[in-house]
Design a protein around this ligand. Sequence first.
Ligand code: GLU
Length: 506
Amino acid sequence: MLYKQEMASLNSVPRLRFAPSPTGGLHIGTARTALFNWIAAKSMGGKLILRIEDTDIKRSTREYEALIIEDLKWLGIGWDEFYRQSERIGIYQKVAERLLEERKAYRCFCSPQRLSDLRDTLLRQGKVPKYDGKCRYLTQEEIKKKLEQKQKFVIRFVVENEERIGDIEFNDLIRGVIRFSPEAFGDFIIIKSDGTPSYNFAVVVDDSDMKITHVLRGEDHITNTARQLLLFKALGYKIPYFAHFSMILARDGSKLSKRHGATTISEFREMGYLSEAIVNYLSILSWNPMGEEEIFALQDVVDEFRFQDISKSPAIFDIDKLNWINGIYIRKKTCEELFELCTPFLIKSGIIGEKELENEKVIAKIKKCIDAFKDNLKVLGEFPDRVRDFFSDKIDSYEDSATEVLKAESSLKVVVKFMDLLKRKLSSLAGDKSVDLTEEEGKNIIKSVADELKNDKIKGKALYMPIRASITGKTHGPELPKVIAILGIEDCIKRVEQTLTYLNNL
Ligand code: GLU
């Protein structure tokens, strides 16, 4: 097993890192990278380092950093060490100085205009646009003069030098051997004109400083890996293992983007996906050594994890599959857990106010709604719309189908009998309207209506439909005894009264 051999030669505690750029929220693809770094670290008894790559000062914000951290925590991904690249600028500059001294890097004073002209010319000639190395040959005097004139400069790394002739090669733990010709790259920038490091440079310095043993990231970084290998070698650093995930694509095969719907973890959270479902889905998205099994605990993934089991082909993001998995996890939750999870959605949609959560009756009603609806929920965000009607003090409108049912000759008899039994139940409660009805009591009331109408031969649909329509204005919904229990005795009576008035006025 490749991985075992590698571990034997590693001889140290595995150290992995998740290195997000805080230029946006935590994207589903980036979340997968975070998750699998965490899983890999756990599976090898190693450490996970969270490194915020915020050297792009124009696009990085602390708000995005906070959002990423919130999302990681929500997903249950923890870390052992934390770094911010913006706090390490001096370190990168020192390493760049060393490369300058060793002539493995040089100051480049070329103007943006010259670089863009060069690029245009090379493109026109059908060549790869890359820096031509002009400033590599500046004399010490020329450099001194330009520095005195305060000319702006970047620091470039010398790519093609005699010691490093030959292909750049690495053994990707997922993809096998990957080879690049250094010809493909020009001398790339390691320090920008504002003194901040380029991505490739900061990553190499950090991966070495932080003793990273395994770099697991998206395949969009494969060409960066080639550049980084050159830097690792030039600096004499120990090279980590590399593994590159394939991309997550939309169902139409294009790159997953906004137009395909939610793409960040916080968006999914706000829609009412459970973190366990997201984690499970991300796990099966690019890795499935569990055969046909698709629902499994995170610990199973940790126990079974091997780099080479990560799929090489692109993963297709399938929202229906995620919804299916989310539904399964919703149903795994207890009523109490779902109560905690669902109430923020009810408050956000304005169905209940925060204060009402102190009211026993409201609490009981929410729990009954959860019990009635949880089997059909895909995301928690659907919950408010499903239950809205039950929180209104009257029937807001009657569907045409419900009106049809209520107009049937036998229906009035049913509704009147139902009202009669509700009132009898109420008086048996000694007028205590605060007492809640249970589903069982709801069932008993319906049964009593049926018993008392036996002689009229009213049963089945002709019995249930008018009862349902008389308290909801609809002909469909959760099981009728549950509906009666959710509304409670007082609301059922009020609604039947409303329906009788409505029928009178038809
Ligand atoms: N900051 C880079 C990104 O967000 C990290 C790449 C890496 O893992 O080296 O894509």
